[in-house]
Design a protein around this ligand. Sequence first.
Ligand code: BYC
Length: 474
Amino acid sequence: MAGVDYTERIPNNVGLADNRRLLRALEEWQPRYLDWWREMGPDGYQAKQVYLRTAVSVDAQGWAHFDWVRMPDYRWGIFLAEPEPNRVIAFGEHKGTPAWPDVPGEHRGTLRRLIVTQGDTEPASVEQQRHLGRTCPSLYDLRNLFQVNVEEGRHLWAMVYLLHAHFGRDGREEAEALLQRRSGDSDKPRILGAFNEKTPDWLSFFMFSFFTDRDGKYQLAALAESGFDPLARTCRFMLTEEAHHMFVGETGISRVVQRTCEVMREQRTDDVRRHGAIDLATIQRYLNFHYSVSLDLFGSEISTNAANFYTAGVKGRFEETKKTDDHVLRDATYPVTQPDGETIRTVEEPALTALNERLRDDYIADCQRGVDRWNAVIKRHGIAAELRLPHRGFHRAIGNFAGLHVTPDGRVVSAAEWEARRAEWLPTPDDQVFITSLMTPVVEPGRYAGWIAPPARGINGQPLEFEYVRLAGE
Ligand code: BYC
């Protein structure tokens, strides 16, 4: 790759120009990343100009720089949030001691595993979403999809930077493996369950961006507390980008709900499918699916891994430094919801092993706030209906509820009863056929598909009819 000025091509605030070893490692990895991007990134739009936000520095002016870019030319950069002078570890057995600028030998395996698990989700989501461009509901949405995709690519860079800079040969091997696994591939699947599911249509995409990206927010926030300072600073900067992804999900669903309500009012019927909108019952089934697979991403309710991560100082709680307890938690307990035969009970468990559940609780409260905003849209239209988060035990594959049959309202029932009602609760083949039938591309500037309302405003102050992706010419 002679002739490429990497320090110029890779915007960074990690002193890349002065670190020959790291520069060489990234020079070797970058062409393989681009091969992966061309093979597995957005299908069909690689040569088109897209109106994208690129982070060129971490300050207020630099991190939201808008320009026309062909996606393979996007400047995937490496950014750490500004260092906090004299930062100390806020929790666990090293509480109060200086944060680590490098990986401590005894936590090397644990940190590598967490970084690889985090890193693996980023390319996985790009793979899951690669065909969506073909069926976009508008150029505005198409651009948002691509913004999310390039930023997930940047988040992969962020984790690969940590692997290359701090984990030597093992790190380089892991960085390669991140480009080898494939979402949904039975031989070399992505690590976590939800990242092997399909994202076949835009309703699924908006649900994924709302529910699954929000797991990203909570996991990144927990890792942003890490005693390993480069990881903490990397995650802090990633969180600024994550906010846009959740915005895409929340407003996407809100616009779908709005359109549904408009059609319900105009046509005086709940049966809006005949009029090209998505009925609330179908939206609820998609919500149930994406929420439940995202709950699994927090791991088991009772987890010695989570306790060890915390005690070792490698992964904290959401907003760790704002909490007023002892930040060691050896004697503390936390209420955990558990099945007990036919009933579901809340039991006090040691707080350390319950840390996954605690993070899941923070996440659930945040999801509920979004659902409340969707319900406000329904209410504004004078419609007496509500979307609901199903019970946390519903349709779970990881943890205490795995293997049990829990209804959305939280009753443990027999497998036969649950299966008999599955079609009420989860997307059916018929739902998928219907949603697929709506997925015809709308690519004229300013036009929006009939199943989704236009957004309230454009991107970066641009009008709704702005040509967010230039489809004519290359
Ligand atoms: N699928 O004690 P347990 C994002 C495994 S999303 C498959 O229950 P632990 C993004 C687990 O690995 C955020 N396997 O859980 C969003 C363990 O395996 P071993 C991603 C699972 O370890 C959208 C075993 O089960 N970031 O950024 O406490 C677009 C027992 O584990 C699953 C992270 O996840 C599952 N769902 O916690 C783009 C942060 N759950 O040890 C991006 C890093 C558990 O027996 N990861 N297992 O081989 C972690 O902090 C932890 O690994 C987990 C699991 C929270 C995932």
